[in-house]
Design a binder for this molecule. Structure first.
Ligand SMILES: [Zn+2]
Length: 360
């Protein structure tokens, strides 16, 4: 395939990501990455894993065949840990990538999910089965849903509709004895000189953790910083129902900043440098979105329309195909539903959540 996608290539160009140089990355371009989506007729590419920092390998888990939309990260060491599995539909791609990286069935020591939304954790049951020695690390508020996913899956079915089966897949249970609940600041040992530190970071979801790598300084931020697809360019907050909470989300951004990470790896998608600038942008963007949503809600206007009217201009230059990816992962309607639920809850309206909570 064309395009420098093999190991040793950076996730970003240096102009876009100054820290990529410090982290060993270099210019990567966009060639060869943009093929393959659910409606496409072209060859479905499998992106090679990309080493984005010493001992950190980014795996494109190709949600729905789309590239640069969902990432998993392998943290290498004597006890390697995979961060995020992607959705269940991504498992074949993920397993092929791990095989390509030389990991046999007994070689993976851990799988950590930043939170239990299906585009992050849907593959956990399958991956746990494929790697029988791997411990599954999860937030305490997510653990029981990995052991018994029935409520989570029925909640996801209400949110995703047909996309549950056509795009995401479901979630197989993980045997409870394989689960390890991570507390805030708890460390997962990856090697003699390497740990991942858990950062309790609710806001996007109450079961959200960041994971901070002691060697590279990279913070795996899940969805807590937002979504920034390389092909769409713009950072958007991710405020879905039923858990979204503005104050918690802002506090979590502060917690991330206080750890002084050297880079931030988003699940959607990739490594970004200049973390303090990125976190400030995430905070500012989140505040603006909350302001627009709150005002629309107080005035009885449609929140999704208000958000789209104000912020869709940010992506007006983006090709339609890439805007579709952003809409599926991080559409105005889902974000509006999250804001509405948050506004109703804090104002005591107490109406049912749009989606039904996965953990109440
Ligand atoms: Zn999420």
């Amino acid at each position: 395939m064309s395009g420098p996608t093999s190991l040793g290539d950076g996730a970003r160009g240096p102009a876009e990501n100054p820290a990529a140089d410090e982290l060993g990355g270099h210019e990567h371009g966009t060639g060869g990455h943009l093929h393959g989506h659910p409606g496409g007729t072209g060859v479905r590419e499998v992106a090679d894993p990309v080493r984005i920092a010493p001992g950190i390998v980014q795996i494109d888990t190709l949600l729905g065949g789309w590239s640069r939309m969902t990432a998993g990260y392998l943290v290498e060491g004597t006890a390697p840990v995979l961060v995020e599995t992607g959705s269940q539909s991504s498992v074949p791609v993920l397993l092929a990538a791990l095989d390509q990286l030389g990991l046999g069935p007994r070689d993976l020591a851990g799988v950590a999910v930043t939170h239990i939304h299906l585009d992050h954790a849907g593959g956990v049951g399958d991956v746990a089965r494929a790697f029988p020695d791997a411990t599954v690390y999860v937030h305490e508020k997510g653990a029981r849903h990995l052991a018994d996913p029935s409520r989570l899956v029925s909640s996801a079915a209400r949110v995703y509709g047909d996309l549950l089966d056509t795009l995401y897949g479901r979630l197989d249970p993980t045997p409870p004895e394989r689960l390890h609940v991570l507390a805030d600041t708890e460390e997962v040992r990856v090697g003699p000189d390497r740990v991942l530190t858990a950062v309790d970071s609710p806001g996007h979801a109450k079961h959200h953790l960041g994971l901070h790598d002691s060697v590279s300084g990279i913070l795996f931020a899940g969805d807590a910083v937002g979504v920034r697809l390389p092909d769409a360019g713009v950072l958007r907050p991710a405020t879905p129902p039923p858990d979204f909470d503005l104050d918690q989300a802002l506090h979590s951004l502060d917690k991330f900043a206080a750890r002084h990470p050297c880079g931030i790896a988003l699940a959607h998608y990739g490594l970004l440098g200049d973390p303090q600038v990125l976190l400030a942008e995430a905070e500012e963007t989140l505040r603006q979105w909350a302001e627009v949503a709150t005002q629309a809600w107080h005035e009885g206007r449609d929140i999704a329309e208000a958000l789209a009217a104000r912020f869709s201009v940010d992506t007006s230059e983006v090709p339609a195909e890439h805007r579709d990816k952003l809409e599926i992962l991080n559409g105005f309607h889902s974000n509006a539903d999250g804001f509405r639920r948050w506004l109703e809850t804090r104002n005591g309206a107490g109406t049912d959540p749009v989606s039904g909570a996965v953990d109440r």
